[in-house]
Write a protein that binds this ligand. Structure first.
Ligand SMILES: Nc1ncnc2c1ncn2[C@@H]1O[C@H](COP(=O)(O)OP(=O)(O)OP(=O)(O)O)[C@@H](O)[C@H]1O
Ligand SMILES: [Mg+2]
Length: 224
């Protein structure tokens, strides 16, 4: 097993007129390539803040995050933007699909600046949509899809740039238990067949059970 991500004493202080908040306080853990890490903790415990720091979408206040030989916490904006485009796929609770684009067009969004022809992008989108079981819905708009299908489009979009790391924030938070199981099985299959590293935030013990490593946050600190 090789370490892909090392988080050391990661601290995030939000400044606020009502008083500063330590959303993360000296968080340390390491992730091996192919791990399925689940992150639990009550509301406000720092889970989303942790994912945002790992993606370099917000600046940490202390500590380091190292992804292979790339130090996220000291990278420039353009390095971070390249890192996100080439290495990271995001899956958010609200799906964040563009309403006037079809499933296939949403899935191709991360390839906008890729050196590929339109035909190559279509083929890549077709392949990924087949993987998530939506090959017969590629020309549907988000409003013409069920909630579970929309989330699968969001997962397909997160996978299209062949990321090395998937960051998922409550990917099943808006879904009923049956659909949640489908999505979790899909993530688990991708994790195993492609040895893709996944960090998933969840409130649900059922979802957390899918992880081979479990991180529990309490008031910005790792407690288990
Ligand atoms: N932009 C911000 N400015 C100030 N405080 C913030 C900001 N974003 C988050 N916080 C605070 O930081 C703490 C951690 O927030 P975070 O969103 O990481 O929690 P969470 O674990 O994801 O919660 P939830 O399960 O409700 O999504 C909370 O107390 C929150 O109020
Ligand atoms: Mg959150």
């Amino acid at each position: 097993m090789s370490t892909i991500l090392t988080i050391s004493d990661l601290t995030k202080k939000y400044r606020h007129a009502d008083g500063d908040i330590y959303a993360l306080n000296k968080v340390s853990f390491a992730v091996d390539k192919g791990d399925f890490v689940t992150i639990t903790g009550s509301s406000g415990s720092g889970k989303t803040t942790l994912l945002l720091c790992l993606a370099g979408l917000i600046q940490s206040s202390g500590g380091t995050v190292q992804f292979q030989d790339f130090t996220i916490t000291s990278a420039s904006d353009s390095q971070l933007s390249h890192f996100r485009k080439s290495k990271v796929g995001f899956v958010m609770q609200s799906f964040a699909l563009i309403p006037y684009l079809t499933a296939a067009e949403n899935v191709m969004l991360p390839l906008a600046q890729a050196p590929m022809s339109g035909r190559q992008k279509q083929t890549a989108a077709d392949e990924i949509l087949r993987l998530v079981g939506l090959e017969n819905r590629k020309n549907h708009l988000p409003k013409e899809l069920s909630a579970g299908q929309r989330q699968r489009v969001a997962i397909a979009r997160a996978l299209i740039n062949k990321p090395e790391l998937i960051l998922a924030d409550e990917p099943t938070g808006n879904l009923d238990p049956t659909l949640s199981t489908d999505i979790l099985d899909l993530l688990s299959t991708i994790n195993k067949t492609q040895n893709l590293t996944i960090l998933m935030v969840t409130h649900s013990p059922m979802a957390a059970a899918y992880g081979n490593r479990k991180i529990h946050l309490k008031d910005g600190e790792v407690v288990a």
